[in-house]
Design a protein around this ligand. Sequence first.
Ligand SMILES: NC(=O)c1ccc[n+]([C@@H]2O[C@H](COP(=O)([O-])OP(=O)(O)OC[C@H]3O[C@@H](n4cnc5c(N)ncnc54)[C@H](O)[C@@H]3O)[C@@H](O)[C@H]2O)c1
Length: 394
Amino acid sequence: MTTPAPLISLTWTDHLTGRRGFLVVDRLVRGVASGGLRMREGCTLEEVTGLARGMTMKEALHYDPASRYVPLGGAKGGIDCDPRDPEAYGLLVRYLRAVRPYVESCWTTGEDLGLTQDLVDRAAAEAGLVSSVQAVYPLLDDEPAARARLAAAFAVEVDGIGLDELAGGCGVAEACLTALDRTGTPRRGTRVALQGLGTMGGATARFLARAGLTVVAVADVKGTIANPSGLDVEALLAARDAHGTVDRAVLRTEDRELPGDAWLSADAEVLVPAAVSYAIDATNQEHVRARWIVEAANMPVLPEAETALTARGVCVLPDVVVNSGTNAWWWWTLFGDIGPDAEEAFGRLRRSMRALTGLMLDRAAADGTTPRAAAHALVADRLPVIAERYGWYR
Ligand SMILES: NC(=O)c1ccc[n+]([C@@H]2O[C@H](COP(=O)([O-])OP(=O)(O)OC[C@H]3O[C@@H](n4cnc5c(N)ncnc54)[C@H](O)[C@@H]3O)[C@@H](O)[C@H]2O)c1
């Protein structure tokens, strides 16, 4: 599949700080594209372009003609700034003001790395926007009911964590469990190491721990916390700040503090990169001891690393499938496929992610390819079907 150039690709320079932000709309379907907004020091247009392309794929992979939610195109935004910088919030507001016409007309966005949905909502309101997803409203049958349903879903909490922050990790965990089940690997005794304990990493850790796996290492921006006998995941989750950094005061005497990259070489069957892009490269992949890498983050494994890992039998479950649950959950809720209810949401996520992961692994086995190549092949099959049904720009 040749990758077409994105429809819109723009770079914004902040007049006060000189910092840059990016917006890439890979493709519109029904006039709209979906994709989150990330903030990190060093964010580039190239990174945002790859992420926008990934969003097009996630939308296509969840295409189900029987659902009320039918896919949108893919997009992504990025701001080059450390989210903990005192200037970060003002920058976010000015970025949203600058790209406001796109958010109003064709780009639905939400939280991604470095930003929470609360912060995006607050900044969007300050930038004069109705909502970060207002571009999709014209596609809704009953807009007030849909907005009320989404607001009610965002108000749901499960054991101290919002449903919106749990949906993605529920999907990641189910993709992982599907792969384990297909190889007959028991959950008890299977060990997991994660990079990132924010929205995605935190929820994934909770769902995998509750499924019976042992979380032996988690890394955040301050370093790795490890315990071969298993960490107390709920205690770590409760001790996070708004940026997903764990307060070390809650560590038990048997927990260890290790360098930031120690999660990668942890003695674990499953690695879950759930923080930055490009985390596993051609060099550090040599330290991976796991059998599975489950991409909760976007683009965490570089292509050369994946080639080397595949050659030595490590299975990489790709981002476009694994972390697609958050996006799908928003739209299932807004379009009315599910109600604002945690059990209904988790049930739908589990069914869809299990089916999609199974389809991908079957295709990979049939074609003799990696799961990522199989996911891309599924996308290549679906995009023309979607374009046929909805046109490219209608
Ligand atoms: N939030 C979503 O809805 C969503 C959905 C799909 C995919 N993703 C992807 O998941 C990844 C994480 O996003 P998030 O929203 O969970 O982010 P977040 O900001 O909520 O959490 C990030 C976590 O990673 C840690 N971290 C950041 N830089 C690190 C580094 N260099 N080394 C170790 N740890 C580091 C932080 O301390 C924090 O624990 C991103 O790649 C994002 O694109 C997010």
